[in-house]
Design a protein around this ligand. Structure first.
Ligand code: GLY
Length: 413
């Protein structure tokens, strides 16, 4: 009995030490994030009242956007995650102020990104404060997003128009894989109101994406275009990836996260199978570097993949990494690990590796540098020659979310 008792004690102590070490890793990252975001708050407040941090310019200065771009919710959302960890009241006041600037968006119907814009800001605000006014804003935003759904295509229209990188073709019902992320707002509204029409839109969109956007090998198309009259697919192309038949790293990340979230909300095993297929395609891919931070596209510069003639991807002869895709994937895998049974451990270990790479000096900027963003080496869109090897506000948001999920994993308290 005695040797068994001592071995068990030893194993328990090791596990305790391991958990302690990982909690130290999370703590150190949040303490670092607090320093950077305090600096960013000062910088952001000195800019125009209604502009929202997004990236930096060539001179290293912050570039912000107006609220109608797709990214204004991420800075308030990052402040909410930082508040959640630190419980610092100044941060909740800042997060509140930055969130409430976005209220006019509740009636915005100009593109599909309302989920990102409102759920990352108001969604976290409501989760952490329970303020009923925030719930109402979210419900109105879900109504606005639903106006972009067509029962003919079975999808929410992403952009009003998409101009192909080939020739002069334009499409007027493009749906991008990123759109899976916006469905979380609809599930929220359904639960908050009891109105199942929001949920119907979300589930129909996810089933359509599962059929048309996910390839048989579980890689993804970026843009699927529909005929509005018949609902038929009329094009499968890329907007931000290398080639139509390639896999854009952030697109795959959105898909893993999106289908995992839809499984959480529906418990439909088809969505779990899809999420696991997408995740395994990504984490076991031969082109994923050893540090698990992907190149911006899994097939960049590979034979058999050709950018459209107007795409700037034709001119880029190296393969920048995209830390934003890694942050989104790490967060998604941490959730998926809880649904995946025996495979969950491999997903958790992959996420852990991604987080440690992102938290290393190779990707995490020194305090006071990088325009006060946290992560370096992200890619916005190489085909558009825009935001190449820069920080991006959404990389920071999903990094903080992933760290929060990591802290909250069973056995990590
Ligand atoms: N949703 C736009 C992007 O990922 O760049």
């Amino acid at each position: 009995m005695k040797p068994l008792f001592f071995s068990l004690l030893f194993v328990s102590l090791l596990a305790f030490k391991e958990a302690g070490t990982e909690q130290d890793f999370v703590r150190e990252n949040f303490s670092y994030a607090k320093q950077q975001l305090d600096l960013m708050l000062k910088d952001a407040e000195s800019q125009k009242k209604l502009s929202f941090p997004r990236t930096i310019n060539a001179g290293g200065k912050m570039v912000s956007t107006n609220m109608y771009d797709w990214t204004p919710g991420f800075f308030p959302g990052s402040l909410w995650y930082l508040y959640e960890y630190t419980k610092d009241k100044t941060l909740s006041a800042e997060a509140t102020a930055w969130t409430e600037k976005l209220e006019p968006l509740k009636t915005f119907t100009g593109h599909h990104d309302l989920g990102f814009m409102m759920y990352c800001s108001y969604g976290n605000a409501y989760r952490l404060t329970g303020n009923p006014a925030y719930r109402n804003v979210l419900i109105q935003a879900a109504r606005s997003l639903s106006t972009r759904f067509s029962p003919v295509t079975g999808s929410i229209k992403s952009w009003n128009v998409f101009k192909s990188w080939h020739g002069n073709t334009t499409y007027n019902y493009p749906v991008i894989v990123d759109n899976m992320m916006n469905l979380e707002l609809l599930f929220f509204a359904s639960k908050a109101t009891g109105d199942t029409s929001f949920r119907h839109v979300a589930v129909t969109h996810a089933l359509t994406a599962m059929k048309n956007q996910v390839r048989p090998d579980y890689s993804t198309y970026h843009v699927v275009c529909y005929d509005t009259a018949t609902g038929k697919v009329v094009g499968r192309e890329t907007a931000q990836g290398y080639a139509d038949n390639s896999t854009w790293a952030r697109g795959q990340a959105w898909a893993i996260y999106g289908f995992t979230m839809v499984y959480r909300e529906t418990k439909d095993p088809r969505f779990l199978k899809t999420a696991m297929g997408l995740a395994e395609w990504y984490i076991y891919h031969k082109n994923l570097p050893a540090d698990m931070i992907p190149y911006w596209d899994f097939n960049a510069l590979e034979p058999g993949y050709t950018p459209g003639e107007r795409s700037n991807a034709l001119k880029v002869k190296d393969k920048p990494r995209d830390a934003s895709a890694a942050a989104i994937t790490a967060s998604a895998l941490l959730e998926l690990s809880g649904y995946a049974g025996i495979k969950g451990n491999a997903y958790k270990q992959a996420a852990e590796k991604m987080l440690h790479s992102l938290g290393s000096a190779a990707y995490r900027a020194p305090v006071g540098s990088n325009g006060n963003f946290l992560l370096m080496h992200c890619v916005g869109s190489i085909p558009h020659n825009s935001e190449i090897d820069v920080p991006l506000v959404y990389a920071d948001y999903y990094y903080l979310e992933a760290l929060t999920r990591y802290r909250d994993l069973p056995g990590k308290k």
